[in-house]
Design a protein. Sequence first.
Length: 528
Amino acid sequence: MKKQEKKLLNLFATTPKGLELLLADELRALGASTAAEKLAGVAFTGDLSLAYQACLWSRLANRILLPLATVPASTPDELYAGVQTIAWDEHLEPEGTLAVHFVCSQSNITHSLFATQKVKDAIVDQFRDKYGLRPNIAREEPQIKVYVYLHRNQASISLDFSGESLHRRNYREAAGPAPLKENLAAAILVRAGWPEIAKEGGTLLDPMCGSATLLIEGAMMAGDVAPGLLRDYFGFLGWKQHEAKLWEKLVKQAQARSTAGLAKLPTIVGYDLDPAAIKNAFENIESAGLLSSIHVEKRDLSVFAPKPKEKIGLVVVNPPYGERLGEHPSLQSIYTLLGDRLKASFLGWRVGILMGNPDLGKKMGLRAKRHYSLFNGALPCRLLIFDVIPEYFIDRSPSADNERRIRAAKRAIAGQDQQAVQMFINRVGKNLKHLRRRVEREGVSSYRIYDADLPEYSFAIDLSADTVQVQEYQAPKTVDAKKVLMRRQEVLAVLPDALNLSPAKIFFTIIARPKKERPNRDRQQARR
């Protein structure tokens, strides 16, 4: 038989949405000159050596598939017949083991477990009819794994060379409550420019390192460590056409590169306030064989700063973003503090932050240089890349927030009919004229100039010597939210001119509407 590494194979690498371009670049660097981006993956051609290298070296792929056939499958019987068109004895011995992974979308067949069984039956029956023997089904580490993707009644049938998702590097012994997948961590580091920074000897810091996934991936990337080197199972190891000597040669080459690369790693450090997270980090770092390469310790974010000898490099962090780990309001202070520490101690550094909630990112007081859409599992996220230099700093003082809020309100109502808000302006002016006489007479320093006088504008406005406090009474759920927002924008937009005050002096909050006081029995008796 002609050696498989000389034969060109059509291959497909799957990846999370948003990583297709990065994966195509990675595969081209491995020698896949034909790599072409598809939805959630990359199609490419290459010999068996390239297929093995993709399994061993891809930091971004989930699976490396060898497509065998695409068949019509609008019914279970049609699926069964299509699977039987493949000569399975070219891939598996009659006494071998197999598993099937089935994914379906927009098709007549919707029950994946039933379809999985149909595919298994087709393969097993073919062997039984031809040899009188049948392969067994193995849930763990089968000799071959068949991957079937059914879309619009067309079934793409492939061998899964990965065996299990390549994001499982085999070093994660412990994980926190919201672990970051390894290939997403690698993508964050690539987007943030870590490979280039590492070549220059820059430092990698993570102030909320959790179970250390970003740090470990950063060390493996900088140390030229193949991400699949720690794995002991791939889907091609029991494949009938597997070239064991070729695979062993590639593994030995990867081991030699790892030894040379880890000898010249830059500084890699992680911190976390949670002792349990630090414990998990140590376990994972040890499992990855990187205890001498990565330093982690318990430290509060409030004292986060580089050590004097640490070269300017990359700060990378996956902070909590309000899903699973906390609620939005309680997290604002974390992002504000992170931004303050970066501006105070990390001038000239690059920063990459994975955001699940863009509103929280605004609390940092830094303007992003670039941003990318990614998915952490099913959760859409935004990766923000910052250069910590003064021209990207944003003033997040209360007065600056006031000015931004009022500028946004003025933009929102530009071109709208001002007749309704003019009634509000007139009422505020009338109240002011009346109240100022009393203020001058009694020497009051703070007084209320408006208290929901007009039902459409449900606000309380208090005026002091040099500031205005605008409080919006929270609207009932039955009121249209768009209408509530429009009234708020109208009030904030016109108040600076109506009161002849700088927007910086106008503060805004939302408060609960006060309940009407119910007279008690004593009061009722007193009235009688």
